[in-house]
Structure formats: structure tokens, C-alpha cells
Design a binder for this molecule. Structure first.
Ligand SMILES: Cc1cc2nc3c(=O)[nH]c(=O)nc-3n(C[C@H](O)[C@H](O)[C@H](O)COP(=O)(O)O)c2cc1C
Length: 359
């Protein structure tokens, strides 16, 4: 049996998951995605103080809807953590995970590879192996090291088109995913330690069923989308930000991966080799033109006070950060998260069938 079907029995294949976007993917978004046969992740990021209440809210939302079939009595959703803030998971966090046992725990951006090992081991101990480990990687080397050190159940392979943070130096999914698949498969086969093959999930620039179909063709068993879910009413996102996403086209030229946005927002704790992909705005253009970081920050802080207007209008003017991926041009309307999940999965299946019938 497919391990994803075993561990997440309420989901439908191919798996469609929502990225654990910090501050944006909270309980309502994650629950709606899971209810539609996908896997919703709550983005806890590095803030563990609110985790218990987020999970209680999710539990409550789930209890008021049809009950989803789960494995090992887990909570039918996931939680994502940014590891750079803690080299090992704090005991208070482990206690919350032990109480709620989310079906999946997503780990990303450790300061050192060894931190992944510590997180994996301690989470498995706390949840008695019931919460399965997902690790997001951006290179072949990261993938091999994660598999050897941690044996995650799932590797999320992040292509450089991804919105939000990712490696500054990376590759798109087309070359990255097959090379990761080959390298991990050969590491597993040649290992003397009885390694097993994790499920591979593609992410980065996927906004519709065509992206899903392409990912399956590349060797993935499912996908994660972040940017597409920014245009869902259940996303915790301001209207100005959502409108900036909806009017952006041609994401290859209108988004950029950079450290400028971290500087303005004060999120400068990210390890050096990560940058955040967001929509190009006045702050970025000014930084590029040589405006000092201090003056740029002052203008940014002024823009924050203007609320939604800080993200600008058609034609520009925005200074506030709108993290989004290169697939932003395919995000054209607001739809409920459940509808997005169903639509992308069904369109993906259709595209795959149509392609196969042409052979
Ligand atoms: C607004 C936004 C916030 C994100 N926040 C996180 C996060 O907190 N933790 C994380 O692991 N990934 C985060 N990501 C990255 C996603 O995990 C994923 O790699 C990305 O969304 C995939 O690309 P896409 O946005 O093109 O679908 C974020 C992405 C976006 C767009």
C-alpha cells in the first residue's frame, strides 16, 4: 500500500497539500484543505507560544464537520516548523505535539544539518512515531543528507520558483526532482543500514492541475502549494496583500528571491543561504537603485501605517512585502481552499489521462 494512503487515509490521490505558511496558514485554512481530501499544514514557524491554541482550534473546527478517517488516531493535518530558531525542539513544544499528534510534522531551514536529526528523533519519541516527518529540501545534497540522517517519511523537494523562503542558489523542479529521486533511490539501494525510500512531494511554482500533472511525471507522489492558497478566503492574509497576488502576472519577471524583504521586516535570523521570493515592489526597486537600508526601512514603516494601501495599486506604488512564487500569474481568482484542493487534483488527473491517451 502507498505510504501516503496508509498514513493519511482521508486524502485522495495524488496528494495536494497546503504549505505551512507562517502567520497565514492557520487552523481554518489547514482544516479546509484536509476536509477536501488534501493535507493542510499550519505554519507554526518559529513561534511555539501559540501552537497549543492553534491545534485546539483545529481540533474544534474538525469536530464540527464530517469526521475524517485517520491513522493511529492522529489529528488529520500537519504543522510546519522553521528550525533556525531552535537547534532542538523545546520540551513545551514536544508536550503539545504529544497531546495533539498531528499526522505530519514539517521541518525546514535548520542552522546545521545535525539539528534535523535532533528534531526528528525527539518528535518521534514524543509522538511514539505516530506523527510522520516531512523535511523540505532544495538540493540533491540536502536530500541525501536528510534521508541518511533522519529517514523522513516524506521529502518535500522545493524548486526555486517557490514563494517565501528557499535556498538562494537552487534549481527549478524540472531538473531537481528527477535528480533527487535518482540520488535518493541509489543511496537507499546501496546503503547497508536498511534505509527506505521516502515519498517525494514537489513544491515551488505549482498553481494548477498542469503543475500537478508535471510533478507526477517528474516522479513526485503529490504536491504542496503555497502561493495558490494565498487567494483563499480561509488564508489569514490582508486584502492589500491578496490583491497584489491577484494582479501579478508573469511571475518570473515580477517576483524575485532576495534578502531585501527580510531586512525591511526585521526577520534577519534566517541562515545566510536563504532568501525570500516576493513580488517586486518599490522597496526592492529602491534597494536596487542604492537607497540606504535605513531610509528604505523608514519608508517601509510609514507604509505599514497605511494598511492595505501599503501593497500599492494596479501600476505599482507598494512598499509592503508580498511573498509569492513564480507561479503567481496563474492565481487569478479567490476560491475556497477546499475548492482549490479539489480542482487542482481533478484537473491534474484529467491532464495525466489526456497525456496518456495520446501515446
Ligand atoms: C507567503 C508564504 C509563506 C511561507 N512560509 C513558510 C513557512 O513559514 N515555513 C515553510 O516551511 N515554508 C514556507 N513557505 C514556503 C513553502 O513551504 C513552499 O516551499 C512554497 O510555498 C512553494 O511554492 P509556491 O508558493 O510557489 O506554491 C512560504 C511560502 C509562501 C508563499
Amino acid at each position: 500500500m502507498d505510504t501516503l494512503q496508509r498514513d493519511y487515509p482521508w486524502t485522495r490521490s495524488p496528494l495536494v497539500a497546503c504549505a505551512p505558511m507562517r502567520l497565514i496558514a492557520l487552523a481554518p485554512l489547514a482544516v479546509e484543505v484536509s476536509k477536501a481530501g488534501g493535507l493542510g499544514f499550519i505554519g507554526a514557524g518559529s513561534d511555539i507560544a501559540t501552537l497549543a491554541s492553534l491545534l485546539s482550534e483545529a481540533r474544534q473546527l474538525l469536530s464540527s464537520s464530517v469526521s475524517l478517517a485517520t491513522h493511529d488516531d492522529t489529528l488529520p493535518l500537519g504543522v510546519g516548523f522553521l528550525l533556525w530558531a531552535f537547534s532542538t525542539p523545546p520540551d513545551s513544544l514536544l508536550a503539545v505535539l504529544a497531546e495533539h499528534t498531528p499526522a505530519a510534522i514539517w521541518l525546514f531551514a535548520p542552522r546545521r544539518p545535525a539539528d534535523l536529526q535532533s528534531w526528528t528523533q525527539r518528535i518521534r519519541e514524543a509522538t511514539r512515531g505516530r506523527s510522520k516527518i516531512w523535511i523540505q529540501v532544495g538540493t540533491v545534497a540536502e536530500a541525501i543528507s536528510a534521508v541518511k540522517d533522519c529517514q523522513p517519511e516524506v521529502l518535500v523537494v522545493q524548486g526555486t520558483d517557490a514563494g517565501g523562503h528557499g535556498l538562494e542558489a537552487g534549481a527549478g523542479l524540472v531538473p531537481l526532482l528527477p535528480e533527487v529521486a535518482d540520488a535518493v533511490s541509489s543511496a537507499v539501494t546501496s546503503s547497508s543500514e536498511r534505509l527506505y525510500m521516502p515519498a517525494l512531494i514537489a513544491t515551488g511554482g505549482i498553481s494548477d492541475g498542469r503543475g500537478l500533472a508535471a510533478s507526477i511525471a517528474l516522479g513526485a507522489q503529490g504536491i504542496v502549494m503555497g502561493t495558490r492558497y494565498l487567494a483563499a478566503p480561509e488564508a489569514n492574509i490582508s486584502q492589500g496583500y491578496q490583491r497584489a497576488v491577484l494582479r501579478s502576472k508573469d511571475g518570473g519577471s515580477t517576483t524575485v528571491r532576495s534578502k531585501v524583504y527580510d531586512g525591511l521586516r526585521g526577520t534577519t535570523d534566517w541562515p545566510r543561504h536563504y532568501g525570500g521570493r516576493g513580488i517586486i515592489n518599490e522597496s526592492y526597486r529602491d534597494a536596487l537603485a542604492g537607497l540606504s537600508a535605513e531610509e528604505n526601512k523608514r519608508l517601509y514603516d510609514e507604509a505599514v501605517k497605511t494598511g492595505d494601501a501599503g501593497w500599492g495599486e494596479e501600476g505599482g506604488g507598494g512598499r509592503l512585502t508580498a511573498y509569492a512564487g513564480a507561479g503567481v500569474g496563474l492565481v487569478r481568482e479567490v476560491k475556497r481552499a477546499g475548492e482549490i484542493t479539489d480542482e487542482v487534483r481533478e484537473e491534474g488527473r484529467k491532464v495525466l489521462r489526456r497525456a496518456a491517451s495520446k501515446l
